[in-house]
Design a protein around this ligand. Structure first.
Ligand SMILES: [Zn+2]
Length: 249
C-alpha cells in the first residue's frame, strides 16, 4: 500500500490520517519522532508511511501527542505497542490520557455545537479520551529528540495540556489543533477549545516564532511565510490570500 506522504521540510513529512494529520520527523541520527498518530486503527497508516520513507516501526524513537483528543491520540497505544517507543504529551494532558482524571469538556460556541453533536452522535467512542501510558510528561522548552532540534511550545487553550512542536532550525511549527485547515480549504483557529482566549493567545505566540512552514492539526499545511497567516488568524483578520498549498486532486 502506498502511503499518502507530503514532504514539508528537510526530514519532515505530513501523513493525513483518517480524521487529522500525523507528522513524521527524521532526527539527525536517523530515528523518527511520530507526532499525533491519529484515530484508533490509524497506526497502520503511520506504518505504511514509514515504509514509504525506507524506514520501519523499529525506527520510531518517540511518539508525541499534541493533545488528548482521540482523532490525534487514539492510535498512540497501538503504535507504542508495535514500536516500543515511549509516548510523550503535555504534562496536563498526561493524566487524562492515563485515565487518572476525566477529560475536560470544551467550551463550545453556538457555531461549534452542531458539529460537535454530530461527531458525538456518529462516533460516541471517540468522545472519550484514549487511554495510553504516557512516560514523557512534556513542558514548554523540552526537547523531544536527542539533538534538541524539535522542542515543545506550550499552547494551553485547546486542551489544558495542549502543546505545539517547534523546529527552530527549519522555521517550522506543528500547531496541533490551535490552527486547522477546514474542509473549505481555508485556515482557521481550531474549534472545540477548553479556553478560546488562551488558545488565541497561543496562536499569536506561534506566529511570533516566525515560522515559514506550519503543519496544522487538520488539512493542508501553510507553506511560505506561515507566520503571516497565523498572525492574521490570531488577530481575527482574514489570512492573506495565497495559492493553495495542496495540488488539486
Ligand atoms: Zn483537538
Amino acid at each position: 500500500m502506498t502511503a499518502d506522504v507530503q514532504a514539508m521540510a528537510d526530514g519532515l513529512w505530513r501523513v493525513p490520517t483518517s480524521a487529522s494529520n500525523a507528522y513524521l520527523w527524521r532526527t539527525r541520527t536517523g530515528g523518527f519522532v511520530v507526532v499525533d498518530p491519529g484515530l484508533y486503527g490509524d497506526e497502520t497508516i503511520v506504518q505504511d508511511a514509514l515504509v514509504s520513507l525506507g524506514a520501519t516501526a523499529a525506527d520510531v524513537r518517540t511518539i508525541v501527542l499534541t493533545h488528548f483528543h482521540s482523532d490525534h491520540a487514539g492510535a498512540a497505544a497501538a503504535l507504542a505497542g508495535i514500536t516500543g517507543a515511549p509516548i510523550g504529551a503535555g504534562f496536563r494532558d498526561a493524566a487524562v490520557l492515563r485515565g487518572d482524571v476525566p477529560r475536560p469538556l470544551p467550551d463550545l460556541t453556538a457555531a461549534e455545537r452542531p458539529l460537535y453533536d454530530l461527531i458525538a452522535a456518529a462516533h460516541p467512542e471517540n468522545m472519550e479520551a484514549p487511554r495510553c501510558t504516557v512516560s514523557l510528561e512534556l513542558e514548554h522548552g523540552d526537547p523531544v529528540d536527542d539533538d534538541g532540534d524539535m522542542v515543545v511550545h506550550a499552547v494551553t487553550g485547546h486542551t489544558w495540556g495542549s502543546i505545539a512542536l517547534h523546529l527552530p532550525r527549519q522555521a517550522v511549527v506543528l500547531t496541533g489543533d490551535i490552527a486547522i485547515t477546514g474542509h473549505d480549504g481555508a485556515p482557521a483557529p481550531g474549534p472545540f477549545n477548553v479556553d478560546r482566549v488562551r488558545a488565541r493567545r497561543a496562536l499569536a505566540r506561534l506566529a511570533a516564532l516566525k515560522p515559514r512552514v506550519a503543519g496544522l492539526g487538520h488539512g493542508a499545511p501553510l507553506l511560505g511565510d506561515a507566520h503571516e497567516t497565523l498572525a492574521a488568524l490570531a488577530g481575527g483578520t482574514p489570512p492573506p490570500q495565497r495559492p493553495r498549498a495542496d495540488p488539486p486532486p
